[in-house]
Write a protein that binds this ligand. Structure first.
Ligand code: IMP
Ligand code: MG
Length: 184
């Protein structure tokens, strides 16, 4: 295998908050725990919240030792600003019927909590066999609505972060690490 070159920080990014190895180790650990928790389950479906979860979903799903399907949902809460309004809209729904399925929502980051709160209520009404959530990152200081998350990768301070799926104005999603942005 050829060595992977880690891209250097672009201007506007202050520092690497979580390096690529640390992320991979944590995702492997979460996959191990989730595999254990779902070992006797038949109809597991991972639902990735687009776009931010696409890298986590692809890494996590390939490390799971349980057969599962993959689906996606797209939501919008921010409009054009970075501030959450609490006004969550569904842009694209899942294709699968979630009734009687074991649903695991995959989210990039838990911030105000509005997005996951909306999604959990929406999915509960479809009568899944079970419903749990994964979030790679959690910014507890930013919480507006209380929402329970079952599997969290890392707690981080209240700073804007990019990489490993997360963006700033659609940039930096493919960085292998999580970096802190310079305040704008
Ligand atoms: P919430 O509804 O406020 O919890 O917002 C969650 C969504 O806001 C996430 O799914 C992200 O798409 C986005 N978000 C929140 N904080 C950040 C960040 O630091 N970087 C990139 N996206 C973020
Ligand atoms: Mg998101």
């Amino acid at each position: 295998m050829t060595a992977i070159t880690i891209p250097p920080l672009s201007s506007g990014l202050v520092r690497v908050l979580i390096d690529a190895d640390t992320i991979q180790r944590r995702v492997t650990e979460l996959a191990r725990i989730i595999t254990k928790d779902y070992k006797d389950v038949e109809d597991l479906v991972l639902v990735g919240v687009l776009k931010g979860s696409f890298i986590l979903l692809s890494d996590l799903s390939r490390k799971l030792g349980v057969t599962h399907s993959v689906d996606f949902i797209a939501l919008s809460s921010y409009g054009n600003s970075e501030k959450s309004t609490g006004n969550v809209r569904m842009i694209m729904d899942v294709r699968e019927n979630l009734a009687d399925k074991h649903v695991l929502i995959i989210e990039d980051i838990l911030d105000s909590g509005y997005t996951l709160d909306y999604l959990k209520r929406n999915f509960e009404s479809r009568r899944p066999a079970s419903l749990k959530t994964v979030a790679l990152l959690d910014k507890p200081d930013r919480r507006v609505v209380e929402v329970e998350v079952d599997y969290i990768g890392f707690e981080i301070p209240d700073v804007w972060v990019v990489g490993y799926g997360l963006d700033y104005a659609e940039k930096y999603r493919t960085l292998p690490y999580i970096a802190e942005m310079e305040p704008v």
